[in-house]
Ligand binder design. Sequence first.
Ligand code: MSP
Length: 509
Amino acid sequence: MFFITTAIDYTNGKPHIGHAYEKVLADAIARHRRLRGEDTFFLTGVDQHGQKVQQSARAAGIPPSEFVAGITAEFLALWDKLGVAYDGWAATTGQVHVRCVRDILARLHRDGHFYKAKNAGYYSVRQEQFLTDKERGPDGAFGPEWGEVVLLEEENYYFRLAEHRQWLLDLIDRREAERRPLVVPAARAAELRNAVEKLSGDLCISRPKSRLEWGIELPFDRDFVTYVWFDALTNYISFAGFTDDPDRFARLWPAIHVIGKDILAPPHGIYWPIMLKACGIPDDKMPTLLVHGWWNIGGSKMSKSAGTVVDPSALCETYGREATRYYLLADIATGRDADFSTERLVSRYNADLANSLGNLLNRTLNMAARYRQGRLGAPASADPLAEACASAVAKWDAAFLAFEPHAAIGAILDLLARANARVEESAPWKLAKDPSRADELDAVLYSLAETLRILSILIEPVLPSAAAGMRSQLARDGSVTIADTAWGGLPPGHVLGAPTPLFPRIETP
Ligand code: MSP
């Protein structure tokens, strides 16, 4: 089973293109696996508990449950708009999840993985966290970003993390040696290793109810709720049936987790494998972390105060689902950062989709209609595009297996360039004027139509709606698999449909 998950998004604010990129990335990878005939389960969802949500709800003057319901609805509407086809929805206030988190907490408590200890130190009231010397400025004082800082003494529960440090280092090395690294891409794996080397402290997994109510209560101490990361990370197993359906869990697990670089170390790269180990998950069932980079604006982080947060829902409304998905996957290499720009979105859409792909489809269908009433003749015995298609399919498949949609898109664009060049080189409009070259004309039209049929399969993970639209115009509706990318799927005599513009050019003033 191919089990893929994304991070679950905080419900303390509105969705932005960072959230959208990650879900579209996972969606495209899942769609590629489904094309390969792999049993696939794609889980995504929302992170609904915690301090930040409690604060946002308070600021909005409504109960947290009401606040998260509103934001959750916005995420659901966005995934619908973007065509993100998940199989499971992980919302952390759900009963199954809450039960699973409490079961795990009780079990780890019973097995001695927790201890209670008193922490005394400087505490930022605004950020609701204890401060260490790392947070001091060059003058030795805590900066204004921490607001009021008080001396506080508090008792909490701690999870014994540090004792698993060597185990985790060994796991990272073993997975590397087995050529199925714990973290991909490799640069991010090195980052995790460095962080694990430095691991020294344990993890505080509780918050006294006096300062955080919006969380899951500890099953062994009613005065506390659990820390939001302990709750959130558990979604990957709670929604896979860990406590309520062990057979299902055995079929699904382990997962590949698609996450952003900011939540690799410590949460996903340190807390999570150690939590899983404590829950009894064996070493060979540890998940894989696929770490992506960030979309920035002009080289900096998107920022609410600077007004640079890009709303993916507005992008869909202005440019459409396909243009938005295409840009988010074509213009960033997995693991690296990229700069978001609406100009780039428009120019890539116009060049790659409106011009290269849209025109090829339109011209081919128009010529077939004009010269042959849409009916395909016999193919050439050795078609120059057959080889190009086979090689594009192989590159596309390998790129997706390596979680690199931008490289898969590169293979598609190369094939499109070859097909467009074939139109120019063979000049069907000249062949049509010469009855003695009727076979040549048939061969070219077949070649182009067949290449377009194969292209409709290759674009499916990234552009599912356009793929269906293309196949409908080619009069080849219906579901497809990777096996259908073999050359020769269109039978001679097949009648193509009528052309309608699939990617109308985006005109900007
Ligand atoms: N709730 C936690 C994750 C818990 S997973 C058990 C969280 N939420 S988040 O809403 O802040 O981020 C969700 C995902 O979006 C993360 O993987 C994060 O890296 C990603 N992104 C947030 N901003 C981003 C960009 N600007 N660009 C790309 N991805 C970004 O973290």
